[in-house]
Design a binder for this molecule. Structure first.
Ligand SMILES: [Zn+2]
Ligand SMILES: [Zn+2]
Length: 269
């Protein structure tokens, strides 16, 4: 595996200028970083196809890059993501992961952080810890309830077969994963990507890591997680216009299909 700067970076450390505004309009310099993690020399091996050892090494490399990039005071957030397949935005066919450090905290993270803060104020706990407990009690959307990690088809999934993977113990940042945690994550990630590939005939998908922003930009509690979004339906004007999603496969159905006909693997019902 190799980590290299993106040849066509969306953001880079040398960007000049600083934050300015003109009336209502505000902007910042596009300062940041844009790196490509080449997963392996093999052109036709998807993320879930690597050996457990290779995937573990790959995740450790990603964690180390996130640590370093998040330490830079110019970076408010570091986004790790993967586009698999052309329909998911992959412009380069060789399997790779991308890491983008941004000078501002993205709206999606701010929205989630807000929800975590509100939940803590109202209920006094962590939103995702509480959600994980609820999901394990119900069992209807659980894909794997491992010791260290849970995988589930999240309630009110935005797209068919959306998958959420999160550590069961409260952990704000992906960068704080220890070696045992990385090995467990590799195992559950490999299993879920394998199910997506096998049960859905290797669809295009996006994978995005959500982790706590740089501590200077943190507003409250957070609990890191991975989101996997298969691209089986096209998002259109309704989704753009409303932020609401029409999902023809409810997560309870998606879980059954991903698990196969049996009721193995961590389901309680
Ligand atoms: Zn938590
Ligand atoms: Zn999220």
């Amino acid at each position: 595996m190799r980590v290299i700067p993106n040849l066509f970076p969306a953001l880079q450390s040398e960007s000049s200028g600083k934050g300015e505004s003109e009336g209502l309009l505000k902007w910042v310099a596009g300062r940041g970083a844009h790196e490509v993690v080449v997963e392996s020399p093999l052109h036709d091996r998807g993320l879930g196809d690597h050996s457990l050892q290779h995937l573990t090494d790959l995740l450790r490399v990603c964690r180390d890059r996130l640590r370093e990039l998040m330490d830079d005071p110019d970076h408010a957030y570091v986004q790790l993501f993967k586009n698999h397949g052309e329909a998911a935005g992959a412009s380069l066919t060789h399997p790779h992961i991308q890491i983008l450090a941004t000078p501002v905290c993205p709206d999606a993270i701010n929205r989630e952080a807000n929800a975590f803060r509100l939940h803590q104020e109202r209920q006094g706990g962590c939103l995702l810890c509480d959600l994980i407990r609820t999901e394990i009690e119900s069992g209807r959307r659980v894909l794997r309830a491992g010791k260290a990690f849970i995988a589930m088809a999240p309630f009110a999934s935005r797209v068919p077969f959306e998958i959420l993977i999160a550590p069961r113990a409260h952990l704000e940042s992906f960068q704080d994963l220890d070696p045992a945690g990385i090995t467990s994550l590799a195992g559950i990630l490999k299993e879920q990507l394998g199910r997506v590939k096998e049960k859905l005939q290797d669809p295009p998908y996006n994978l995005a890591l959500h982790t706590a922003p740089n501590s200077r930009f943190r507003t409250g509690p957070y609990h890191w997680h991975l989101e996997i979004l298969p691209r089986l339906v096209r998002l259109g004007g309704f989704e753009w216009g409303t932020g609401m999603y029409i999902n023809p496969v409810p997560p309870e159905e998606a879980a059954k299909i991903l698990l196969g006909t049996g009721t193995e693997h961590g389901r309680n019902d």
